[in-house]
Write a protein that binds this ligand. Structure first.
Ligand SMILES: Nc1ncnc2c1ncn2[C@@H]1O[C@H](COP(=O)(O)OP(=O)(O)OP(=O)(O)O)[C@@H](O)[C@H]1O
Ligand SMILES: [Mg+2]
Length: 391
């Protein structure tokens, strides 16, 4: 299109791209990525945008320290994004540097997807070469499809081929992501076996020509995630399992670290909604404590707690904290946000099994009551709200 045919309306659209609900990490942290590329100029694996050490720093943060460019022209503090062990992230990065597949497994809501996006963005500059695994995922979605209009008009050609995100990653030497790989049918999963071992995809329709095979460029690798609550990782074929290094991601070990994460993420989401975040630390701590007690089956004091069958994930704790933040911003003064907590907890607890409501009541009658009796004002209020859980 020439400039004369461009209408002013198109210009306006190009000048101001629509706001997005979620920024991918390569955009949200573009300044950090650019800085880290200049900060650490050491050797990097083929096609990598950052050194392996800089990738770890991007994910784990610089510990509050402002890093300085070698020429002293700029400095930047890298934010911590993933809360967990640095050694786990280092192992993930080493796996990718060795061009092996990486499989992140764990309970729902443990930041598997987030970590895979962060790693992909840091290594190759995009987290967008993604296939979402579902029961309906087909082999084409992992390999390639066709633009049927072109196919009918011209016959099979490279132009008519529609590459999957995985094929695009292969030809660019980038990182492909396959979300929830175990939800794909086993025969579809197995398409990944040949791709990960031979590092090429045959296109029989173009056989004999230069495009009959698409080869993976150096740097190509794949990060898959799998949820332990879905169809099991154990059901993956042995051949596919051998092509991945497995890393298990667990819940956040430390109460203070989890509370800080819940606070900062909930604050971020309430502020994005245009409101100010005003939930007391005491409320957040009670919320995270209840999640952890129910998740682990043991209270912070060491009392036994009957666990509901559902996972009490950090991701859900963040959603509840955000809901409390929004409620207090939009309905100020209606009532104390603490009063909303039992209802939200009940919603989370009984989503898999309605009988889990009784387990939450059991938690109230044991741990919550004991804390109230020990004189904590927050837990006293929560104990007084026990009736919310009885229906
Ligand atoms: N260890 C953690 N570090 C940082 N954020 C975390 C952590 N654990 C949970 N979160 C929060 O959980 C959110 C959801 O994580 P994500 O969607 O990546 O989880 P997931 O493991 O892929 O879950 P699912 O199995 O449901 O797909 C993150 O955006 C973040 O707010
Ligand atoms: Mg996920």
């Amino acid at each position: 299109m020439t400039t004369d045919t461009t209408t002013p309306a198109t210009d306006a659209v190009q000048a101001a791209p629509a706001a997005r609900q979620v920024q991918p990490p390569e955009d949200a942290y573009a300044a950090e990525l650019e800085f880290l590329a200049a900060y650490d100029t050491g050797p990097r694996p083929p096609a990598w945008h950052l050194t392996p050490r800089a990738v770890v720093t991007f994910v784990m943060g610089s510990n509050g320290e402002a890093l300085k460019l070698p020429d002293g022209s700029a400095s930047l503090t890298i934010s911590q994004k993933f809360v967990g062990e640095r050694s786990l992230v280092e192992r993930c990065v080493v796996t990718l540097a060795g061009e092996r597949g990486l499989l992140l497994v764990g309970e729902p809501g443990t930041a598997k997807s987030m970590l895979s996006e962060l790693l992909a963005a840091a290594v190759c500059g995009t987290s967008g070469l993604t296939v979402q695994g579902t029961a309906g995922t087909t082999e084409d979605q992992l390999k390639y499809g066709w633009n049927y209009a072109l196919l009918l008009a011209q016959g099979p050609s490279r132009d008519a081929l529609v590459p999957s995100p995985v094929l695009t990653a292969m030809s660019r030497g980038a990182v492909a992501r396959v979300e929830e790989v175990t939800r794909c049918l086993p025969e579809v999963q197995d398409a990944l076996v040949s791709l990960l071992s031979e590092r090429r995809i045959a296109v029989p329709e173009l056989a004999g020509g230069p495009d009959g095979q698409v080869h993976a460029a150096p740097g190509f690798t794949l990060i898959a995630t799998a949820n332990l609550r879905d169809r099991g990782v154990s059901e993956m074929s042995a051949a596919l399992k051998r092509r991945f290094n497995f890393e298990t991601i667990g819940p956040i070990a430390d109460l203070d670290a989890e509370t800080a994460l819940v606070r900062s993420q909930a604050r971020g989401s309430v502020e994005r909604a245009g409101a100010a975040f005003a939930v007391d630390d005491a409320v957040l701590e009670a919320l995270v404590t209840a999640f952890r007690d129910l998740r682990t089956g043991r209270s912070a004091e060491g009392w036994e707690v009957e666990r509901p069958s559902t996972v009490m994930s950090t991701a859900e704790a963040v959603s509840v904290a955000s809901a409390l933040g929004l409620a207090s911003a939009y309905f100020p003064g209606d009532r104390d946000v603490l009063a909303l907590l039992p209802g939200h907890l009940l919603g989370v607890v009984r989503k898999d099994d309605p009988t889990d409501a009784a387990r939450l009541l059991g938690y109230w009658d044991a741990a919550v009551r004991r804390r109230a009796e020990q004189g904590s004002a927050t837990w006293r209020t929560l104990w007084d709200l026990r009736h919310v859980l009885e229906h």
